[in-house]
Design a protein around this ligand. Structure first.
Ligand code: NAP
Ligand code: ZN
Ligand code: ZN
Length: 353
């Protein structure tokens, strides 16, 4: 099989740079995908820089993948050459534990296999992600892409979309609910769009006054500057649910006090350094909860893609060439992304041609 061209980080301090590797030979149920677009998730940056202290180098990030099927294994039946497909954060799991049996592969009790920085269950090799020209994945972890959606804007749905869709569904967000989305980045802007499409009243919390107009355009009924204590106080005790997507350590109490009795704030951001411990009084006096949520299972990811197809939802993107990735990371750290970088993988092919 032809060599895969990619971008990798060789250690926590290194910039991402060209890298090549030999893909595995197709197994019976594998699908080989020529990658067209790959979104840039803040998790890619955390992982490339070893901020979660578990990175295996070299690391090829990227788990928001859209591409075209170029070959399938002898026993693969779900996809055929030419199909447009997606791959998200998972490429395998044990498939037999209670979580896998329930279609919650992201909570696999034996550990799911990540699209990158994961360990292949058969040959023990390190998995490489979507900042690359092609990927080989078991057909059960490949998604169908709705035909009506623009492909570059679909790529971020594979992580940012499902990571916000899954908790919104799990906590039954819908008409009559007042829902807060904290942070207008890749995840947050999908949270705003999805919660709005589910029929909730949506309030966006942002630290960036420059994002107020965009927040409303994307579907927020109201935008609150979270650094403004007076604006925050007006929303005390009023939210059914808050989805917090912030990628950095911050004070959670300013948001828990905005929850109604029995309200929940779910954290999806995974900052390098833990948040300060939340005040217990804020929780016990109104039986409020702080929860967490991890991406979504394969069936729910397909459900999310179909929901986005039905509602015409894609990510707002800034398309970049592969060699812009290091600048893109710096801009992501300054919250300067509107609202997801997506790599045009054509630029990687051109670079090596
Ligand atoms: P992102 O595009 O960088 O967006 C994060 C947003 O957080 C920023 O745009 C900014 O929004 C806000 N923010 C940043 N620094 C802040 C600070 N110091 N205080 C308050 N707000 C701040 O990142 P992303 O790709 O959406 O990812 C967000 C987080 O989710 C990352 O930690 C990522 O690793 C994690 N993640 C988790 C899962 C999961 O399964 N749980 C999946 C994917 C990603 P404003 O400018 O609007 O304030
Ligand atoms: Zn991600
Ligand atoms: Zn399992």
């Amino acid at each position: 099989m032809k060599i895969t061209h990619a971008y990798a980080a060789q250690d926590a301090k290194a910039k991402l740079a060209p890298f090549e590797f030999q893909p595995r030979e197709l197994r019976e149920k594998d699908v080989q995908i020529e990658i067209l677009f790959c979104g840039v998730c803040h998790s890619d940056l955390h992982q490339a820089r070893n901020e979660w202290r578990n990175t295996i180098y070299p690391v090829v990030p990227g788990h928001e993948i859209v591409g075209r099927v170029t070959a399938v294994g002898t026993q693969a039946s779900k996809y055929k050459q030419g199909d447009i497909v997606g791959v998200g954060c998972l490429v395998d799991s044990c498939r037999s534990c209670p979580s896998c049996q329930e279609g919650l592969e992201q909570y696999c009790e034996n550990g799911f296999v990540g699209t990158y920085n994961g360990t292949d269950r058969f040959d023990g090799s390190n998995t490489y992600g979507g900042y690359s020209s092609q990927i080989v994945v078991h057909e059960d972890f490949v998604l169908r892409v709705p035909e009506n959606l623009e492909l570059a804007g679909v790529a971020p749905l594979l992580c940012a979309g499902i990571t916000t869709y899954s908790p919104l569904r799990h906590w039954n967000v819908g008409p009559g609910h007042k829902v807060g989305i904290v942070g207008l980045g890749g995840l947050g802007h999908m949270g705003v769009k999805l919660a709005h499409a589910m029929g909730a009243k949506v309030v966006l919390f942002t630290t960036s006054p420059s994002k107020i107009e965009d927040g409303k355009r994307l579907g927020a009924d109201e935008v609150v500057i979270s650094k403004d204590a007076d604006q925050m106080a007006q929303h005390a005790n009023s939210f059914d649910f808050i989805l917090n997507t912030v990628a950095a350590q911050h004070d959670l109490d300013q948001f828990t006090t905005l929850l109604k009795r029995d309200g929940t704030m779910t954290l999806v951001g995974v900052p390098e350094h833990s948040h300060p411990s939340p005040a217990v009084f804020n929780l016990i006096f109104k039986r409020r909860s702080i929860a967490g949520s991890l991406i979504g299972g394969i069936a729910e990811t397909q459900e999310m893609l179909d929901f986005c197809g039905k509602h015409g939802i894609t990510s707002d993107i800034e398309m970049i060439d592969m060699d812009y990735i290091n600048e893109a990371y710096e801009r992501m750290l300054k919250s300067d992304v509107k609202y997801r970088f997506v790599i045009d993988i054509k630029s990687l092919r051109k670079q090596v041609a």
